[in-house]
Design a protein around this ligand. Structure first.
Ligand SMILES: Cc1cc2nc3c(=O)[nH]c(=O)nc-3n(C[C@H](O)[C@H](O)[C@H](O)COP(=O)(O)OP(=O)(O)OC[C@H]3O[C@@H](n4cnc5c(N)ncnc54)[C@H](O)[C@@H]3O)c2cc1C
Length: 304
C-alpha cells in the first residue's frame, strides 16, 4: 500500500484537475457559499452539527487576509439568519499570521466580535509546529475578549500533555486530533500506538480537568476506548462531542453515537482553494491517498 500511495503522490501534479476534483469531492462541500450552506442544512437535518472551514492557508497579502476575514464574518451572519447549527473553524495563517502578529490580531479580533454578536463559537485550527505557541498565545489573548473560543491540541506532539495540563479548566474548549503535518521526528511520537495512547491520555486529562472536549478522529479504537471510559465515569454529554471530517465513511458509528444522545460535529471545508488544499494534504500525508482509493472503491460499490 505504501508503494501505491507514493506512486499516487508522484503522479498527482500530472493528473487533470477534473480528476483531482472527483477524488477530493467527498471531502469538500463545494466551492460557493451557497453550496456550503446547502450542505450545512442537509447535515443539520440529519442531526449533525457542523464546523465550517474556508479552504486556504498562508495568505501572502493583507488584502487576501482581510477578504477571508470578511467572508467568515458573513458566514456567521448567514448561520444566524438561517438558524443553522454550525460554528466556524479556521487557520490563523489564512487570516494573516504569516504577515505579523498585528495583522492577524486585527482580523482575529473582528472575527471574535462577529462570533460574539451572533452568539456563536470560534475554533482556531492547529497548524504545524512553527505556529503552535503563537496559536496558543493568540487563543489566550482572544479568550480575554470572548470565552466562546477554542483551540486544537495534536496528540502526535510530545509537548501536548503539558499544554493540556496548563490550559485545561472548566472554561477551556479543546479539539483533540492526531495531527496532520509532517514534523521533525524529534518533536513527535513516531509510533502509531503511541499516538493513540497519547490521544486517549489527553482526552481523559482534559475531561478530568473540566474542559469541553471535541474528540476529532476516525480511529474507531480510540472512539470506542474513550466512549467506554466516558460512560463508565458518567461524564456529562454536555462536556464533549465527537468530530469527523466531511466525507469520511463512518455513518454507522456516528449514528450509533447520536442515537445514544451524543453530539457529532462534521468539519466541513469548502471554497475555491480546493485544488491546492487537496494536493497539499495528499503530499503531506501519503496515507490520504490510501483513504481516497478506499473511498472511491466504497462509492463505486455503494458500500457505506
Ligand atoms: C474534525 C477534525 C478536525 C481536524 N483538525 C485538525 C487540525 O486543526 N490540525 C491538524 O493537524 N489536524 C487536524 N485534523 C486531522 C487529524 O489530525 C488527522 O490527521 C486525521 O483526522 C486522520 O487521523 P485519524 O485520527 O482519523 O486516525 P487515522 O489513523 O489516520 O485514521 C483512522 C482510520 O480512519 C479512516 N480515515 C482517516 N482519515 C480518513 C480520510 N481522510 N478519508 C477516509 N478515511 C479516513 C481510515 O480508515 C483509518 O484507518 C482534524 C481531524 C478532524 C476529524
Amino acid at each position: 500500500m505504501k508503494l501505491l500511495n507514493n506512486l499516487i503522490i508522484k503522479i498527482i501534479p500530472f493528473l487533470p484537475k477534473f480528476l483531482v476534483k472527483i477524488v477530493a469531492s467527498p471531502y469538500i462541500a463545494g466551492i460557493t457559499d451557497k453550496e456550503m450552506l446547502k450542505e450545512v442544512k442537509n447535515l443539520n437535518d440529519k442531526g449533525y452539527k457542523v464546523a465550517i472551514d474556508i479552504l486556504g492557508e498562508h495568505v501572502k497579502t493583507e488584502r487576501e487576509a482581510e477578504e477571508v476575514t470578511k467572508r467568515y464574518i458573513s458566514i456567521y451572519k448567514e448561520i444566524s439568519k438561517r438558524n443553522l447549527s454550525s460554528n466556524v473553524s479556521l487557520k490563523l495563517t489564512h487570516i494573516g499570521l504569516d504577515l505579523g502578529l498585528d495583522q492577524v490580531k486585527k482580523n482575529l479580533s473582528l472575527l471574535v466580535q462577529a462570533a460574539k454578536k451572533n452568539n456563536n463559537f470560534l475554533r482556531l485550527d492547529m497548524e504545524n509546529i512553527p505556529y503552535t505557541s503563537k496559536t496558543i498565545r493568540l487563543y489566550k489573548e482572544m479568550f480575554e475578549e470572548y470565552e466562546q473560543i477554542g483551540i486544537v491540541i495534536q496528540a502526535y506532539l510530545l509537548r501536548s500533555y503539558n499544554d493540556i495540563k496548563k490550559l485545561s479548566n472548566e472554561k477551556f474548549n479543546v479539539r483533540i486530533c492526531k495531527g496532520i503535518y509532517a514534523e521533525d521526528q524529534e518533536l513527535v511520537f513516531n509510533n502509531y500506538n503511541d499516538i493513540q495512547k497519547n490521544f486517549i491520555r489527553l482526552v481523559k486529562e482534559a475531561l478530568n480537568r473540566g474542559a469541553y472536549v471535541g474528540i476529532a478522529t476516525h480511529d474507531e479504537f480510540i472512539i470506542d476506548n474513550i466512549y467506554s471510559w466516558i460512560t463508565k465515569n458518567n461524564v456529562s454529554k454536555n462536556q464533549y462531542e465527537f468530530q469527523v471530517l466531511h466525507g469520511v465513511p463512518m455513518g454507522k458509528k456516528l449514528k450509533m453515537l447520536m442515537n445514544e444522545g451524543n453530539t457529532v460535529r462534521i468539519y466541513l471545508p469548502y471554497g475555491d482553494n480546493w485544488y491546492d488544499y487537496s494536493v497539499r494534504r495528499l503530499r503531506e500525508n501519503p496515507k490520504m491517498a490510501g483513504y481516497i482509493i478506499r473511498n472511491i472503491f466504497l462509492s463505486i460499490f455503494r458500500i457505506k
